[in-house]
Design a protein. Structure first.
Length: 254
């Protein structure tokens, strides 16, 4: 059989499959032409209102509805979606305003802090309140072995506040110290133990904020019993700015 005869039966007429394909192509062409016509003449229903009464649009639920009813339903769904997006944006704006006010208050209180213990107390109180952290700690680096081991004679220094800057366990925070960037998410067991001490087993997510002023001076640890509280996808600008403020205040009194 020659190539020109493909798709035809013995009588020379198109075979069944070929006829079906041709019919589908014609229907598609007609549909596309109709869609183009409607897009170019959006006022056609105002010029021919009788068409609206005759048109029926299948509803997802199964019942037939008029074109106007279907349009109203679509617009209602779009309005709901737009309303939700607007509420989400308003929530973000309110949250940003709250954090901005908290940052401003922290700066003022740190400026008025009397000593290092005052600085630490102010910071931990704010972080617990504003970020809903179950645990908040500040660990400072020291080269003094007696200070890091809790043998310091000054009773005002809480036990466990200082970490020996030469201790091998700090390698678990190498990336944080080198990049000086806030890390959020699920901490390793070693990180939890160094930061949260006896509460380590209860921490399921955490934010770790580096403290630096020229050199690394410590870490802020925020822990939560909820795995979704601190995640790797959350914004960390606020936490980074808090770290900068606290670092400056610590150097001032340290």
């Amino acid at each position: 059989m020659q190539a020109s005869d493909a798709g035809k039966d013995a009588s020379g007429e198109p075979s069944g499959d070929a006829a079906v394909d041709a019919s589908r192509e014609q229907a598609l062409a007609t549909e596309l032409e109709l869609v183009s016509l409607l897009r170019e003449n959006t006022d056609i229903f105002s010029r021919h209102p009788d068409l609206l009464a005759d048109m029926q649009v299948p509803h997802p639920a199964g019942a037939a509805t008029s074109l106007i009813e279907r349009q109203v339903d679509v617009l209602r769904q779009k309005l709901k979606l737009s309303d939700k997006r607007l509420r989400d944006l308003m929530d973000v704006a309110r949250d940003n305003e709250r954090l901005s006010n908290a940052r401003h208050e922290l700066a003022i209180r740190l400026f008025a802090a009397a000593d290092l213990e005052d600085v630490i107390s102010i910071v931990l109180d704010l972080l617990r309140d504003e970020l809903s952290a179950d645990y908040a700690v500040i660990k400072l680096l020291t080269h003094d072995h007696d200070q890091s081991s809790g043998n310091e004679t000054e009773s005002a220094q809480p036990e466990g506040r200082y970490l020996d800057s030469r201790m091998p366990a700090l390698s678990n925070f190498k990336t944080i110290f080198e990049q000086r960037s806030v890390i959020c998410g699920k901490p390793s067991e070693q990180q939890k133990e160094l930061l949260f001490d006896d509460a380590a087993e209860k921490v399921r997510s955490a934010a770790v904020i580096p403290l630096a002023a020229g050199s690394n001076i410590g870490l802020i640890g925020l822990g939560s019993k909820k795995a979704a509280r601190f995640t790797s996808s959350m914004g960390v600008d606020f936490l980074g700015q808090i770290g900068e403020l606290v670092s400056a205040a610590i150097i001032r009194h340290h």
